[in-house]
Design a binder for this molecule. Structure first.
Ligand SMILES: Nc1nc2c(ncn2[C@@H]2O[C@H](COP(=O)(O)OP(=O)(O)O)[C@@H](O)[C@H]2O)c(=O)[nH]1
Ligand SMILES: [Mg+2]
Length: 380
């Protein structure tokens, strides 16, 4: 329960809430992780309920009650129907829904900022398919918008039992690496599902590339018919050296979203990321912002001068050609803005007020909340 909700005086330590963006392959356990993090934070003493935003428009069921749910704003099924002439596949539909939602993301930020004093963590659950968020303009806009107003960390969720083969491990790490360099945000590798497969093999491979190369060498397909290392094997050997550098910039924790193991360590890593954000990301962001403002101001000055010169020369030509016509020209501002009121459909809903403070969903007892005014399928 937040300090505000519990009626006690909020402790103002000047700390802004930390935003955790969960990213990971479909099925890695992002949503389950968010649910477990939610219940872990509720169980702290004193409890610290997070502010949760679900960004997956196509999910039929979330194992937690989000404070903001993209499904309240954009109806994925409706998007698929309306855009039928564009031949959107399921992923195109999800992306379009996310794009529509992103146009209103300023409202989301305002709602989050209103909670900044009473919430310690803001958690974003992203669409199942990783690339929809990581390689779309919307994903970048949302990430940048959040990261420029609150300390932010990426929690890269890994399906540990499905990453034990060296080649799979490496491709997953390369993906993580590309996201790290794209967002430049503090980054935590979260090895999930440790109840099924402990993550010590991964830590070993990350701390000692020779261990990883040894695992590669013993793996099937490492050598060709002549006993020479295969192309794939040599490539992966070289890449493991590159990744070695990447691992140095990362924190890694093992968790089980089912048992709750490792969540304490995860939160410690998040605290460490706050310092990293303030030390590395923020100064870089401010530098980039100042630079952008300068460039923009220069470009605007130039554009203003250019277009003014063009308008003046056009006017002169007009007057010369048609002196009577120029007099009849008029501009009616009423006319201009008359039909500019068409995007009232998309609006962000904050569900927090609808629930009792401190209420959260326990997966083991999750129930469907029927709401008549919502007309898309909810799980039965
Ligand atoms: N054993 C185990 N299963 C998990 C864990 N986390 C998630 N899962 C399962 O993995 C599947 C995918 O999880 P989900 O959260 O929907 O993945 P998402 O697509 O990344 O959001 C579900 O069947 C979960 O029950 C975990 O820590 N341990
Ligand atoms: Mg999910």
């Amino acid at each position: 329960m937040s300090a505000e909700a519990s009626g006690s005086v909020p402790i103002d330590n000047g700390k802004k809430p930390m935003t955790i963006i969960t990213i990971g392959m479909a099925g890695a356990g992002k949503s389950t992780f968010v649910q477990r993090l939610n219940s872990h934070l509720h169980a702290l003493d004193p409890p610290s309920p997070p502010y949760i935003v679900n960004l997956d428009p196509a999910v039929t069921y979330t194992p937690y009650e989000p404070n903001i749910d993209i499904r309240d704003t954009v109806n994925y099924q409706e998007v698929m129907k309306q855009f039928v002439s564009y031949n959107l596949g399921p992923n195109g539909g999800i992306l379009t829904a996310l794009n529509l939602f992103t146009t209103k993301f300023d409202q989301v930020l305002t709602l989050i900022e209103q909670r900044a004093d009473s919430v310690d963590y803001v958690v974003l659950d992203t669409p199942g398919q990783i690339e929809i968020f990581t390689w779309s303009a919307s994903g970048a806009i949302i990430t940048d918008a959040v990261a420029s107003s609150l300390p932010t960390v990426v929690a890269y969720i890994i399906d540990t039992p499905r990453t034990t083969a060296p080649a799979t491990f490496m491709s997953n790490m390369l993906y993580a690496c590309s996201i790290l360099y794209k967002t430049k945000l503090p980054f935590i590798l979260v090895f999930n599902k440790t109840d099924v497969q402990p993550h010590d093999f991964a830590l070993e491979w990350m701390s000692d590339f020779e261990e990883f190369q040894a695992a590669l060498a013993t793996h099937e397909g490492a050598r060709d018919a002549e006993g020479e290392p295969t192309y794939m094997n040599s490539l992966m050997n070289s890449m493991s050296l590159v990744l070695d550098e990447f691992y140095k910039n990362l924190k890694a924790v093992g968790v089980s979203s089912v048992t709750g193991d490792g969540f304490k360590e995860f939160l410690e890593a998040v605290e460490g990321s706050r310092e990293e954000y303030e030390k590395d990301y923020l100064p870089e962001l401010q530098r980039a912002r100042t630079q952008r403002e300068k460039t923009l101001a220069r470009a605007q000055e130039q554009a203003k001068a250019d277009s003014m010169a063009r308008v003046m020369s056009d006017l002169a030509i007009d007057r010369e050609r048609n002196p009577a016509g120029a007099l009849a020209d008029h501009w009616d501002p009423e006319e201009e803005f008359a039909d500019d009121d068409e995007d009232t459909e998309i609006n962000i809903i904050d569900r927090s007020e609808e629930r009792g403070p401190g209420e959260f969903v326990d997966v083991t007892r999750a129930q469907r909340h029927e709401r008549e005014h919502i007309n898309w399928p909810r799980p039965g």
